[in-house]
Design a protein around this ligand. Structure first.
Ligand code: DNO
Length: 394
């Protein structure tokens, strides 16, 4: 029993083609209808069109990433009830077209966040990086968020001030763009003004309230998922802590406990993202996996390397802080357990998440940061080999 090897493809405009993906050895595609505005229904016609395109290349559409959750659902304001109805219709249409695994997240306003997309590694390849001081500098001196100073110590504030004063306008632009414009797969991007206005919509929404809103959303959609045999899998916060005063509630073991205790069916599952969860030193990854193993419906495999100042960058897939040997061993055991129970989902879809920009990809006119071909090809090859070896060993 092996993991199902999948690959994220951004659709017809992705510089990495479906035939490239086949040559990388993946069999499944992870895809979303990015051209449909967040909140609108994904029609069967649109889903089928995309499905046929994928299947014509000899691949199958295994996972949706993401069916995005509209901000009004997260804040439970405005037309959120209609938006939840739309979400259910999209789920039904996906199931009717034979797509049963749906990844989504519940991060307020921002999806995944990095401050630099081209950190030069020792070997000359480029990696994504999160720099806590640059984030703070953005918060205090570019965004100038009301009340931001309360979130930092005097020392942190003065460090950010010095760094800001020494930053070039190019640096300021880079930091702002990376945080606000949305990285690949984020459905929204904002100007500074738009973002400040959005922040106001979270006034009064603390972590407990956001948690409650998530559980209410799940109480609405999980019964629908169950009736359709859909496996919903929530993606953890990336990074797994609060940013810019916004609450984040899918970052650690206790967060998942709350979510699954309150909405227990197995169709309420998780995307186990080693790179996101691995940023917190207090997250014990194998323990989190084992606690919720039977509801891990999707795997994002990558590694991060953190320091003690809250910074991290994306390491090679088998290096960094994530013990990939340990994780894949847990996955193999879970897959065998499922196979013994004749579960249809015994083979868990995985994708090599984020790769370094390297070799020819360094010279391409357009790549999606983190999603260039060759770095992920390397990652997939390493992960596949590791799984093969462990499978032989145990
Ligand atoms: C980043 C991705 C995220 C992820 C969403 C899931 O590379 O892991 O953008 O797709 O957060 O909803």
């Amino acid at each position: 029993m092996k993991m199902t090897q999948t690959w994220r493809w951004y659709g017809p405009k992705d510089p990495v083609s479906l035939s490239d993906i086949r040559q990388a050895g993946a069999t499944g595609i992870v895809n979303a209808l990015h051209h449909i505005p967040n909140g609108a229904v994904w029609s069967e016609v649109e889903i089928r069109k995309r499905k046929h395109e994928i299947e014509a290349s000899g691949l199958s559409w295994d996972v949706v990433e993401s069916l995005p959750v509209h901000e009004n659902i997260k804040t439970r304001t405005g037309d959120f009830e209609q938006l939840i109805e739309n979400y259910k219709v999209s789920m039904k249409n996906l199931a009717n077209c034979g797509v049963f695994v749906i990844c989504y997240n519940f991060m307020p306003i921002l999806d995944w966040t990095r401050t630099r997309l081209d950190k030069v590694l020792e070997d000359g390849s480029l990696a994504l990086e999160f720099n806590a001081l640059e984030l703070r500098l953005f918060d205090l001196y570019i965004l100038k968020r009301e009340g931001a100073k309360k979130d930092y110590s005097a020392k942190e504030i003065s460090q950010a001030k010095i760094q800001f004063e020494n930053s070039s306008s190019k640096d300021i632009q880079r930091i702002s763009d990376n945080i606000l414009k949305g990285l690949p797969g984020s459905e929204e991007g904002y100007s500074l003004e738009e973002f400040s206005a959005m922040l106001n919509t979270y006034k009064g929404i603390d972590p407990d309230k956001l948690r409650l809103n998530l559980v209410q959303f799940l109480s609405d959609i999980i019964p629908v998922a169950e009736s359709l045999d859909i496996r919903m899998c929530i993606h953890p916060d990336d990074p797994p802590f609060s940013l810019l005063g916004l609450p984040r509630v899918v970052s650690k073991l206790e967060d998942y406990k709350y979510i699954f205790d309150n909405v227990p069916p197995l169709s309420n599952g998780m995307t186990f993202c080693t790179g996101s969860l691995g940023v917190r030193p207090d997250n014990d990854l194998p323990a989190i996996f084992n606690e919720f193993a039977d509801r891990v419906h999707f795997l994002h495999l990558r590694s991060t390397k953190r320091d003690t100042d809250g910074n991290f960058y994306e390491a090679d897939h088998l290096e960094g802080d994530v013990d990939m040997y340990e994780i894949i061993t847990c996955v193999i055991k879970e897959q065998r357990r499922r196979a013994n129970q004749n579960r249809e989902d015994a083979s868990i879809p995985m994708r090599p998440d984020h790769g370094h920009q390297m070799l020819d990809d360094l010279f391409k006119e357009k790549i999606n940061p983190g999603y260039s071909a060759i770095g992920r090809l390397r990652g997939l090859a390493e992960l596949r080999g590791l799984e093969w070896g462990i499978n032989r060993l145990i």
